[in-house]
Ligand binder design. Sequence first.
Ligand SMILES: [Zn+2]
Length: 323
Amino acid sequence: MYKLFNRFQPLFSSHILLYHATYRNIPINMEKGLHNVDPETLYKQIHWFKNYFDIVSVDTLFNTKSNKVGKLAVTFDDAYDSVFLEALPVLETLNVPCTIYLNGVTITEKPLWRDKIRYIINSDLVEDFLKFDEKFFNEKKIITSNFYTQTKSFECNSKEIDTVLDKYFQWKKISPERMRFTLRDASKLKSHPLISYGNHTYNHYVMSSLSKEEQEIEIIENEKLINQLNIKNSKVFSIPFGSASDFNKDTIELLKKYNYEAFLYSENKINLLPLNNKIKDRSFSLLSGERYMAKSSYNSFQKHLFKLDIKALMSKFMFKNSM
Ligand SMILES: [Zn+2]
């Protein structure tokens, strides 16, 4: 029943899909906490969307002056190497455009700091790591049971946590390369007719945990790197972690300063569009769109779509101005 209902979604909504890794076999020490959709499931999901939605790039979605309803954009955050090796052939087969959101640090220097966190969890090193700098973690209220979520809270400066992570791995003599799964060679970021590349900040830190100056560095350092690569780039910005508490007024001011046209949330929502066909701006005076993470099996993906729909329709009905 819900599968049939999902077919009507293009009549009243536009979707922005969020994927991360697309491994057939997830690397060791990454299993817990990594959002992964294998290439076969990715094919089935996008094939289904292609039957019912008009799939366009995320920039086209925001720039479409006329009807945005029924349009869908595909995005990949963090540039895992599997996206280039395993997802791209799927997109080529289906002839579907996508935007890949990059973090400069992973291309030029070292692993994504969240992959270091995942490595610690998957290797049962959480308690050992917390003991490594007890004073720091006590101050930040980071304990074993809240380790994954509290380390990405806006209350804890991500840059400081990343510094402790680097010191810990150095002390343990564990090579950071063991947790580097994102694309590490800029020459592989080729210009491709189906791909555009977007800014996801240099280090993927929680923007609202940083000072305005630190946020500015995160935006411009990454933009400089993308501009040097001579690849098609997006003017739509992807906020790391993507919930309302992960950025602030300073972030939006900076995005406007650097001429971004819109930004993306990742709050597991679809966009129900009002009659003027504008994606909501939440009074930030910069356009924004909601995204959702596709589930890792085809059936749970269809159920999830149905739930997102009900949630969106209910919130529109109950809080008329909320969407
Ligand atoms: Zn990300």
